[in-house]
Write a protein that binds this ligand. Sequence first.
Ligand code: ADP
Length: 582
Amino acid sequence: MGKIKKFIKYYGPYKKIFFMDMLCAFAAAGVDLLFPVVVRFLLNEAIAKGGGASASLIIKIGLLMLALYFVQYACNYFVTAWGHIMGARMEYDMRNDIFNHLQKLSFSFYDNNKTGQLMSRIVNDLFDISELAHHGPEEIFISLVKIIGSFLILLSVDWRLTLIVFAFIPPMAYFAFVYNKKMRSVFMRNRQKIADVNSQLEDSISGVRVVKSFSNENIEIFKFNKGNLEFLHTKEESYGYMGKFFSGVTLFQGMIYVITIISGALLMRTGSVKPTDLVAFLLYINTLLNPIRALINFTEQFQKGMTGFERFLDILNTEPDILDSEDSIEINEVKGKITFDNVSFRYSTGKYVLDNINLNVEPGETVALVGPSGGGKSTICSLIPRFYEATEGQILLDDIDVKNIKLKSLRKNIGIVQQDVYLFAGTVMENIRYGKPEATESEVIEAAKQANAHDFIMELEKGYDTYVGERGVKLSGGQKQRISIARVFLKNPPVLILDEATSALDNQSEKIVQDSLEKLSTNRTTFVIAHRLSTIRNAKTILVLTDNGIVEKGSHSELIKNNGEYANLYYAQFMDDDEMSI
Ligand code: ADP
């Protein structure tokens, strides 16, 4: 019940539209109900004793009928336009709510939810919810008014004919309900199948180079055809049900008409039913059948909309793992001392990745983290800005537990350069300014210069106004990286994390990026994760991290002297590089 209450809450700001909508829906239904009554009256008058009603009365009734239709037009306009507008506004509110909440959710949420699925879920669910929001109440209301209204009016005309007509309604409703359900469930399967076909299509287009290099076109065609055929079969099945559903409902409708006409004709022979009564009945059958269909559709719509809303609430009710504590503080003039005090960590799924880490990094010092992949280097770094929370122990910035610092304030003081650079759709200027939204143009340009990015930016067709991002110009990996470094220069944080920032680059780009990174890390506490050990030789402290924790710690020359894990890694790479340069 809780979810229906929450659903109703979204109507709150639109109460006035909602009530007007209901009123108009009621009036529009009322016109449909009145129409046969007026027709019956008109016919009765027209064929009344002698010459029948005067022409002026007939014209007046005609004008009344026209007026009714104009009223219905106005009401239908409101219901259609403003009903949808209300639904759209509710959808807008929900979309904003979910987006705002998504911004608050922690990394762990995104680890467990795939981007594509999350996006299509939100888009589809919101559509279903908004459909239910504006059609739902209106449809139930109109349908009930019409069904009950027709029943009462018909009853006042002739109770025997009314019972005959209504005796057919339950079996027809049952038939329609069952087939509608079958049809919809196949439609759902259809949706799934076409999603499979589409993802197969996307996969083989994105991976076309791999497909061709292995000459596996035939395998791809076979896989695609299998999915495509399954889609065709479910589609054929759904059309089978669709045929039965629509023709079955029409058959029932026909049967009701025939029975009513025959029974009416039989009753007319006895004089207890007038021809005009029969006309009214025939007109009402239509008024009655439409709302029954609408109600059946509604059950389906309600189910879909509520399932969507439940999933919507699932996201909205997911509490962010990492929040500001009540007495958290802002920090200013941060020096950049970082301390790990008995820190252990494991992701929500899985075993401990870090076990009892102790570390003290003085302001301005550079610490390099090396070791085999999966050893926990990125994990250590992601604990500093509280992307994840240490399971045990404390991490301190300038001797303050990071848990006691306001998240915004903490993250403002930490800059991160990663291997994967994400540029937003927008200009180069906007992308760099992301590091400090209030920065002036000259500050942006200065940051770009420091990041060795200015020159190549000036060579782009529109300089700083060039569009980048998914649909923008294609930049090389090194160029993107330099833009991301410019962002961090602009942010100017005292603590820096460089997570494999040069790993994906070729030798030449690496040198330029490495040069800008060295400038960036001057006078900042820096954590460097580097695949190529040559890039960290100058770090004051090198930590070797393996599954067994920090196994070695010292400067390059100390660790080489030790002849342990680091020396092994170093020589192995040195030999590789040597071979490559021959
Ligand atoms: P490194 O940076 O040294 O390659 P990571 O810190 O990325 O190592 O990973 C350490 C371990 O934690 C690995 O076993 C990895 O599979 C696991 N891991 C990394 N990220 C996550 C995550 N988001 N959820 C669960 N496990 C993770």
